[in-house]
Design a protein around this ligand. Structure first.
Ligand code: AMP
Length: 114
């Protein structure tokens, strides 16, 4: 997608700190971290929101969660705990319209979220 910042990141058109990549997904560090560990995992396929997934996309969403768990393990979060966040559309605070899952960890998380 031409004007999508995350498409530009995965195409290496703009710099980012990529920590994992495979045929389906890219993971990179959030530029404005909200926790000591704040990684974003995105599909290479441009899907604007989680609400716009089609049937064939749900295995990709599952794969993203597998990658998140592997990154969390590498970062020593498995036992401590971590939070996975997907914001969908305006009221949830979505600002980039290319599906992304936030992996947040390294500090105590509060509930309910803001
Ligand atoms: P959301 O509000 O759920 O749409 O989250 C978008 C996230 O993307 C925010 O946490 C931003 O800090 C992050 N972000 C925006 N631009 C970049 C970028 N160029 N590199 C890394 N993270 C970014």
């Amino acid at each position: 997608m031409k004007d999508c910042i995350f498409c530009k990141i995965l195409q290496k058109q703009i710099p980012s700190k990529i920590i994992y990549e495979d045929d389906l997904v890219v993971a990179f560090e959030d530029v404005n971290p909200q926790a000591p560990i704040h990684t974003l995992v995105i599909p290479k396929k441009h899907i604007p929101t989680i609400a716009e997934c089609h049937e064939e996309d749900y295995s990709l969403i599952g794969h993203i969660h597998k990658v998140i768990n592997e990154i969390a393990k590498q970062k020593g979060l498995t036992e401590r705990g971590y939070r996975i966040v997907n914001n969908c559309n305006a009221e949830a605070g979505q600002t980039v319209f290319h599906i992304h899952f936030h992996l947040l960890g390294g500090r105590l998380m509060h509930w309910p979220p803001g």
